[in-house]
Write a protein that binds this ligand. Structure first.
Ligand code: MG
Length: 463
């Protein structure tokens, strides 16, 4: 199936579709109406307050306007924060004591995509059961439109980036970072991170070279922060005089990828590990949470701090938070560069990640390349297959069952898809929540062995 024929994807992560085909203002209005109705039913309030933002992609404004229409037409009052990072929406829900948040974003997906993601009154991605309730309301169009006189009001707030940056600054060692006067290259992909990303780094005393730093919503490169898309960042960092590192945000700025001072991409798996290392140093140890597809580097780093543990969860921010929060965890995240820093918000946050990595650099006083060289390293292989090519969603459950049967003697987890742990590596097979693809991820000491694990898993699954 070609991307342009992709269906509207409805999942724990919200709605994603192709602009003008499956993602239209009509869909956004109904989704806003469904979410507003859900909030009225669950909070018991006639006029819930909802923070609304958009990730800056060029297709966003009509969809955000439609979603705001759907919310106000069900009686919700809206605080419109305009172009904002997804974590900023999380921060502003708390700031305004709102009942929920909605952001128009397709995260790292290419420009033809857009989507809608909802957050609850604690600024959390709703857990699967609640997310399903919102999606079901949307699918069944169970929308509780309000009386004409009860239409909600829209208030604008242009301070969101400032509030978010201040929250990060209040929770990192600003003096130590400022004293270093780091030179940093930032690639914001012309997305929602442009304003807040630059503001944070300048407040931290960094000399900032900003590439793709205009919030035009027209991405400067393929937006997913992977090595092949960050060539310009790598070159700019290598050439910049005395740069400590380069940072890349995805369009909604919840993920962060890093290149070292030589311009070498350190791998998106390292973002969480470096931030976790700093938090473990700070606290002496504690609980971390990471999803099942995240590198075991984080387990190795945690094992250096007595009493630390890593809680493994299903993929998706809501699942990581569901593991992190009750454990009073110090940090959580996902191997894709998503770091959740509880004092700031319960959403993966590129600003928190940047600040913690700079704090680590400031305290260690060694170049990033050396810090990374000292981490245990594994080879990770990430493959994806079109869902249609493996026989569609209906083929996934039987494929998972075949993998479980084939590896019945190994350590298995079926919390999310199936993960098989071997003595010298692991492999994880699952259907994506947000795209019509199936992912197979394996990690081992060598790339050859990780490839072998991927192949063995695919063979067992028959895909
Ligand atoms: Mg994202």
């Amino acid at each position: 199936m070609a991307t342009n024929d992709a269906p509207l994807m409805l999942s724990v992560s919200g709605a994603r579709g192709i602009v003008g085909k499956t993602m239209t203002p009509e869909v956004a209005a109904a989704y806003g109406g469904a979410f507003g109705s859900f909030l009225k039913a669950t909070t018991g309030k006639a006029r819930p307050r909802v923070v609304v933002g958009l990730d800056g992609r060029i297709s966003g404004p009509p969809l955000a306007a439609a979603a705001i229409g759907g919310l106000t037409a069900t009686g919700c009052d809206v605080i419109d924060i305009g172009v904002a990072m997804t974590p900023t929406v999380g921060v502003m829900i708390g700031h305004h004591k709102a009942d929920g948040g909605l952001t128009v974003t397709a995260s790292h997906n290419p420009i033809q995509w857009n989507g809608i993601k909802c957050l609850d009154g604690d600024g959390l991605a709703p857990p699967p059961a609640i997310a399903k309730e919102i999606v079901d309301r949307f699918k069944e169009r169970r929308i509780d439109w309000c009386e004409p006189t009860a239409t909600g009001k829209v208030e604008r707030d242009g301070t969101a980036a400032r509030v978010h940056v201040d929250r990060v600054l209040a929770n990192v060692d600003v003096a130590a970072i400022r004293a270093k006067r780091f030179a940093v290259v930032l690639d914001s992909v012309n997305g929602s991170g442009c304003v807040g990303g630059r503001m944070l780094l300048e407040e931290l005393g960094c000399r900032v070279e900003h590439i793709y730093g205009e919030p035009t919503g027209i991405f400067g490169h393929t937006p997913e922060p992977l090595v092949e898309n960050l060539v310009d960042l790598a070159n700019a960092t290598r050439k910049a005089a005395g740069a400590a590192c380069g940072f890349a945000q995805d369009p909604d700025a919840d993920r962060l990828a890093i290149v070292d001072e030589t311009g070498r991409f350190i791998g998106e798996e390292c973002t969480l590990v470096l931030a976790a290392l700093r938090m473990l140093q700070r606290t002496g140890g504690g609980a971390l949470a990471a999803n099942l597809s995240t590198s075991r580097m984080v387990d190795d780093v945690a094992s250096r701090f007595a009493g630390s543990r890593v809680i493994r969860t299903a993929v998706g921010e809501a699942n990581v938070v569901a593991g992190l929060r009750p454990a009073n965890g110090i940090l959580g995240g996902e191997g894709n560069g998503g770091v959740i820093f509880p004092p700031v918000c319960w959403v993966r946050d590129s600003l928190s990640a940047m600040a913690l990595v700079l704090e680590l650099l400031a305290h260690e006083g060694t170049p990033l390349s050396q810090l990374v060289a000292a981490l245990p390293r594994y080879a990770m292989v990430k493959r994806k297959m079109e869902l249609a090519a493996v026989g569609g969603m209906a083929a996934v459950a039987p494929a998972l069952a075949k993998v479980k049967a084939a590896f019945a003697n190994e350590r298995l987890s079926d919390v999310d898809g199936v993960r098989v742990d071997f003595a010298d590596g692991w492999v994880h097979l699952r259907a994506s929540n947000t795209e019509p693809i199936v992912r197979v991820i394996a990690e081992a000491a060598t790339e050859a062995r990780a490839d072998e694990l991927c192949d063995a898993c695919r063979r067992a699954a028959g895909v």
